[in-house]
Design a protein around this ligand. Structure first.
Ligand code: FMN
Length: 432
């Protein structure tokens, strides 16, 4: 019997974003522990590899005020994951933590603590912050250029790994010293080697520097490449970079963030997907999406009317804390052409032009498509981003996971206790 490639699955907790349909009566708090617990327990019931928390270090601002979606805020990831460690047994626990505004000793200690408390389930999603706006919150402000952020992140991860390796497997603390461009530290690390040796390292970033950093350093990549073609291109590119670093393709798992909408029939699922998208892009959100590109106040425009015929301002300045659109004029022209060609209003254009649900269908067709994605070399698995907090994965776990298992495409039980074992990653060799 041939052994099937098994996919990896992770659950993204949708807190602060525009994916969650906050107007749905089933949407609950994204701060109450009960919400985190519900989604984590669901993911563990579905035998998922890990539970994933994003990070936003400063609420986004819009027209000088905190953005509607951010008003309610989001708690600190590692604290939440430590609490979840107590109510789960096998599920990996992944925290997004910025490498620009933290220090290696402190963060290595917090992550090692999570790895100890959870029995080897910790992961660190290393992000680098895309804007100086976030940095204003910190002692040194937005103190690094984009290119330097990856240099610091690489040195940060290497230093954290040295700290984790500074105790021998027998439990003897040895002094460590690191002197580099960004850090000059020496001493003794505060914790013995943790169950995984080193927490799993995840990378999320799409640029050339990001991909190189992932190839050199990461165990998992979280990407937005959610279509088959884009996924294959990204997969081949990133896996192709591994050999330079003496690594093999299995050493790095590529997991796009995707959405799933299920229905009893294909038509039913399509209808639900359209309805969800419609609710995600409310009239207010539609104007907001437009203003982010145009860079000017468009609040007098009717979301059900035509797109503005004025051109965008060269440097959009209304939103702070969002990644900038690289070429607003080109996007505006594309959107206007789409709107003209199909006779779409502002809201309809935003719905059509911006993200759509990745997998839409019956549990059977979705299971088959997810499987195909993995066998076609477009991903090693998926980070599922539900549109409901916290019940948005219940249906997937109840209806799709059993079908994936029947196909041999997903595990039927946890065979190990650590996140590394779920991901099929080797124990890191202790660099004595
Ligand atoms: C799928 C994905 C998820 C991300 N999640 C976060 C996040 O939760 N918090 C954060 O500060 N940055 C996040 N980022 C931003 C990246 O870490 C990075 O700073 C940004 O993408 C700029 O780097 P790049 O030019 O290499 O893409 C994410 C990026 C991607 C692609």
């Amino acid at each position: 019997m041939t052994v099937r490639t098994r996919m990896h699955l992770a659950a993204h907790f949708p807190g602060v974003n525009s994916t969650t349909v906050w107007t749905d009566p089933r949407s609950k708090s994204q701060i109450d522990f009960a919400s985190f617990e519900h989604l984590a327990r669901t993911a563990e019931r579905g035998l998922f590899d890990f539970f994933f928390l994003a990070e936003g270090l400063r609420p986004r601002e819009y027209k000088g005020r905190i953005h509607d979606l951010d008003v309610v805020g989001r708690p600190e990831s590692i604290t939440v994951l430590n609490a979840l460690a107590a109510v789960t047994e096998r599920l990996g626990l992944a925290a997004t933590v910025d490498a620009t505004f933290n220090e290696p000793y402190e963060l290595a200690r917090r992550l090692a603590t999570l790895d100890h408390l959870s029995g080897g389930r910790a992961a660190w999603n290393v992000v680098t912050s895309s804007d100086a706006f976030t940095g204003e919150n910190f002692r040194r402000g937005g103190f690094l250029d984009r290119a330097d952020r990856y240099a610091r992140a690489a040195e940060f991860v290497a230093t954290a790994r040295d700290l984790w390796d500074s105790w021998t497997p027998e439990g003897v603390a040895r002094p460590f010293a690191h002197q580099g461009r960004h850090f000059d530290i020496a001493g003794e690390f505060g914790l013995p080697r943790s169950p995984q040796g080193q927490p799993v390292v995840i990378q999320a970033g799409d640029s050339d520097e990001g991909r190189e950093f992932a190839a050199a350093t990461a165990d998992v990549v979280f990407t937005r490449r959610g279509t088959l073609d884009a996924g294959r291109e990204f997969y081949a590119d990133v896996k192709g970079r591994l050999a330079t670093y003496g690594r093999s393709p299995e050493d790095l798992k590529i997991m796009p963030g995707v959405t799933v909408v299920l229905g009893d029939t294909a038509a039913d699922a399509r209808e639900r997907a359209a309805e969800i998208r419609h609710r995600q892009v409310s009239p207010q959100n539609a104007l907001l999406a437009l203003e982010r590109i145009w860079g000017v106040d468009l609040s007098s425009y009717d979301p059900d009317g035509p797109l503005p015929d004025i051109d965008p301002e060269p440097a959009p300045a209304l939103a702070r804390g969002r990644v900038r659109v690289a070429d607003p004029l080109a996007v505006a022209e594309r959107w206007r052409a789409l709107s003209r060609a199909k006779g779409l209003s502002i809201r309809q254009t935003v719905i059509e032009a911006s993200g759509r649900q990745s997998f839409v269908g019956t549990p059977e067709t979705v299971a088959a498509e997810l499987d195909e994605f993995v066998t076609a070399g477009a991903a090693d698995g998926f980070i599922l981003v539900p549109h409901l907090t916290p019940g948005g994965l219940d249906e997937f776990v109840d209806r799709v996971v059993p079908l994936l298992q029947e196909r041999g495409a997903f595990r039927t039980e946890y065979t190990g206790t650590t996140l590394r074992s779920h991901l099929g990653l080797p124990e890191p060799v202790w660099k004595g």
